[in-house]
Ligand binder design. Structure first.
Ligand code: B1M
Length: 215
């Protein structure tokens, strides 16, 4: 299968919410030697198209859910190839999660995978995570990085709550705070006193490494 056909098939699997097909396409693309990040990009293109169709009223919530499930199924296949089980740890723990009230999973999971590929041990708290759970995990895991995702303009305020809790607990200086998700901007980072943001998962993992002075 050439890459144009592959891309078209991947889009169709996401638009049709076909997790089995998505998984099989990810497997055969890997076998054909397509770089895993490029395969993932085709899936992300598909889910953005689902979002556009939803915005235009052509798709409804079930299509949004099944489209996301097919991308997550593909991510499960691609994770080892993306380096998500890297055996050369950098010695740092990163705690990640999506804020309370927000169940968008894909971007946060991708950030987690790329942090693992960068050598971090990753504690993924999942979605809909209350601010106090970020704080407890940072304490318990002695984390060097906390990565807080938010996809909704209504939930990004929760990122500020996590920063405030870390400050109140006297932990702010020992942990780098990364925030991200589509609505997050550099001015938001400054406003809430976080350490940085990145537009994508590769950028987030690089930034985490740079903030800790890792090679
Ligand atoms: Co929803 N949703 N959704 N959704 N959804 C968006 C985000 C939206 C933009 C769609 C739209 O209107 N076009 C819109 C938000 C509008 C806004 O607030 N400005 C929206 C809405 C409104 C909603 C609901 C309110 C809809 C409703 O019920 N009426 C509802 C809210 C539910 C809730 O959370 N409480 C809702 C529900 C859902 C589903 C559950 C159905 C599903 C998610 C399922 C799942 O994840 N398991 C879903 C989906 C799939 C989307 C879209 C289509 C795709 C999101 C996605 O996965 N993108 C999305 C539209 C879109 O994105 N175009 C949309 C791919 C992913 C790789 O990108 O998450 O941006 P992203 O992550 C990127 C970067 O942002 C960055 O790196 C990632 C990888 O490159 N990044 C970080 C992310 N986290 C980072 C952290 C970092 C650094 C970088 O450091 C820590």
């Amino acid at each position: 299968m050439d890459e144009e056909t592959l891309a078209r098939s991947i889009h169709a699997s996401v638009l049709g919410g076909e997790s089995g097909a998505a998984r099989r396409l990810a497997e055969s693309a890997l076998e054909a030697g397509v770089p895993p990040l490029r395969i993932m990009d085709h899936f992300l293109h598909g889910i953005r198209e689902v979002g556009r169709l939803w915005e235009e009223g052509e798709y409804f919530l079930p299509e949004l859910v099944s489209g996301a499930e097919s991308v997550l199924a593909a991510l499960g296949v691609l994770r080892p190839a993306l380096g998500g089980r890297k055996s050369s740890p950098c010695g740092h723990v990163a705690v990640i999660g999506t804020v309370a009230g927000d169940i968008h999973d894909i971007g946060k999971s991708l950030v987690g995978t790329l942090l693992m590929a960068r050598g971090f041990e990753v504690e993924d708290l999942g979605c809909d995570v209350p601010p106090e759970a970020f704080l407890s995990a940072v304490k318990e895991r002695d984390a060097s990085v906390v990565g807080i995702s938010a996809l909704l303009t209504t939930t990004m305020v929760r990122q500020r709550e996590v920063v405030r809790l870390l400050e109140a607990a006297g932990l702010r200086s020992q942990v780098k705070v990364l925030v991200g998700g589509a609505p997050v901007t550099e001015s938001w980072v400054r406003e809430i006193g976080a350490d940085g943001t990145a537009k994508d998962a590769v950028g987030a993992a690089d930034l985490a490494g740079r903030l800790l002075g890792l090679a």
